[in-house]
Design a protein around this ligand. Structure first.
Ligand SMILES: Nc1ncnc2c1ncn2[C@@H]1O[C@H](COP(=O)(O)OP(=O)(O)OP(=O)(O)O)[C@@H](O)[C@H]1O
Ligand SMILES: [Mg+2]
Length: 447
């Protein structure tokens, strides 16, 4: 698992005692801190580590803090620059701001004031990084399908609406849920998660809504449920399809009336909670076979974030592979130079039924096993797609027209050695149609 990312900080102070003061104030905060003692060190580290925040001492001997601020501003336009001065005079504040500082702090620094400024700056940095091309926060994805999802996510996050996240296993539903919370006005509030599949029916109800003392055998005290814990924030209900019908009724009531009672209680409790639910099953078909309430389904269907499977966004495969390669190389202290061309091909051709999670594990394993300086096919735990999996005959009735189409196109392509032009002739369709379908099925990269 990649570790929780905190901010990167750079301290610039030529004076050893002053530098020590800054560093010791920062010591108990969870930042990755580096220190520079002069302008050239500062610029070098700024370039190499791209810090989110830089603290620059203004009156340190042998360096011009104001000039350094200006240079850093040009080098790191998105970073927060904090000038640290000896006096709180208006003049020096204004001069520091002119030079490029975003904030001005005076010595002696107070740890709590510093922590507050850093928190704010990081949040600013977080919003900025949300707009970087190819990702949303820590979620990697440049394919148009996932970019559309990011846009919908940012829009939906601002509302109070209940959100349903749908997608196959390992597509990143939990990351998406977190991002919704982080980009909502509730980000300061709690994000409480409950996996509906992990608990038995009776336990799930009291876990969600809490219970009164004596509500059932073993309920020796009153207990607040997850809804109460999430007050002012977000409740993330994972694997919603596994929620029993009896609990679904109570959830529906909460979504409509914003209220509920604890198990065994009469008091009606109102909380301010946004619900995000996730599922990797098709709720519509669960409604059809009676294991999911239709009214709840319609209530949840209003805002749906559909996370596309990895094979539907093949251009993200190399991006994600490089991302995980960086993460796990660092974690394992290895210096690897990417993938061999054949390994890249294998990654692209594989259908990734376990989606991003499967890719993540594959790269982690490859990094650990790799003995050279590049990941090769022999390091990857995947086989080229197995042709025998394709059905040899199609059951009619029983098969969908889409399956017939896919089967026919793939078999024709195989017979003509993969040439879309030849296949198109035989099938009586355009070459364009074949290419479009292949993209859709994740067999080739979008151009
Ligand atoms: N776009 C992405 N960028 C970076 N990491 C990702 C991305 N999508 C998923 N991951 C990583 O893949 C793993 C699986 O993601 P996650 O747990 O969110 O999947 P899920 O959709 O909730 O799966 P399941 O239905 O099995 O619970 C996590 O480690 C997550 O960090
Ligand atoms: Mg999940």
């Amino acid at each position: 698992m990649p570790s929780e990312e905190t901010g990167r900080l750079l301290v610039v102070d030529s004076d050893a005692a002053g530098q020590q003061e800054l560093l010791s104030e920062l010591a108990h905060l969870r930042y990755a801190v580096e220190a520079a003692a002069n302008a050239s060190e500062a610029l070098e580290l700024a370039e190499a580590s791209k810090p989110d925040i830089v603290l620059v001492a203004l009156e340190a001997r042998g360096m011009d803090g104001f000039e350094i601020l200006g240079q850093l501003k040009a080098l790191l336009p998105a970073a927060t620059l904090i000038a640290v001065g000896a006096s709180a005079s208006t003049d020096s504040t204004v001069e520091a701001m002119r030079a490029g500082a975003d904030r001005y702090l005076t010595r002696p620094l107070r740890a709590d004031a510093l922590a507050l400024v850093l928190e704010r700056s990081l949040r600013k940095a977080g919003t900025a990084s949300a707009m970087l091309p190819g990702r949303l926060d820590h979620i990697v994805g440049a394919h148009p399908a996932i970019q559309r999802l990011f846009n919908r996510l940012l829009q939906a996050a601002k509302s109070r609406s209940t959100i349903l996240i749908q997608g196959e296993t390992g597509t990143g539903k939990e990351l998406i849920a977190r991002a919704v919370h982080e980009h909502s006005t509730r980000r300061e509030g709690p994000l409480v998660r409950l996996n509906c599949a992990a608990l038995a029916e009776s336990v799930l109800e009291s876990e969600l809504f809490g219970h009164e003392k004596g509500a059932f055998t073993g309920a020796s005290t009153r207990r607040r449920g997850r809804f109460e814990q999430a007050d002012g924030g977000t409740l993330f209900l994972d694997e919603l399809s596994e929620m029993p019908l009896s609990v679904q009724v109570k959830l529906l009531r909460f979504l409509q009336e914003k209220e509920f009672e604890r198990v065994g209680g009469n008091e009606t409790i109102t909380v301010n909670v946004r619900v995000i639910a996730a599922t990797n099953r098709d709720l519509r078909s669960l409604v059809d076979d009676g294991s999911f309430r239709e009214d709840l389904y319609f209530r949840l269907k209003v805002v749906v974030l559909e996370v596309p499977p990895l094979r539907a966004r093949p251009s993200d495969i190399p991006l994600l592979a490089d991302h995980f390669l960086r993460v796990y190389s660092e974690e394992n202290g290895k210096h690897l130079h990417g993938f061999t061309p054949r390994a890249r091909e294998a990654l692209l051709a594989y259908p990734w039924p376990g989606n991003v999670r499967e890719l993540q594990h594959a790269i982690e394993q490859a990094v650990v096993l790799c003995e050279g300086d590049q990941i090769g096919t022999e390091d990857l735990p995947i086989e080229p797609p197995d042709r025998e999996v394709e059905p040899l005959s199609l059951m009619v009735p029983g098969v969908t027209l889409a399956e017939v189409e896919r089967y026919t196109i793939m078999r024709t392509l195989e017979a003509v050695g993969g040439s879309p032009t030849k296949a198109a002739k035989i099938l009586g369709i355009s070459k364009r149609t074949i290419q479009y379908r292949l993209q859709e099925w994740g067999h080739i990269k979008k151009g």
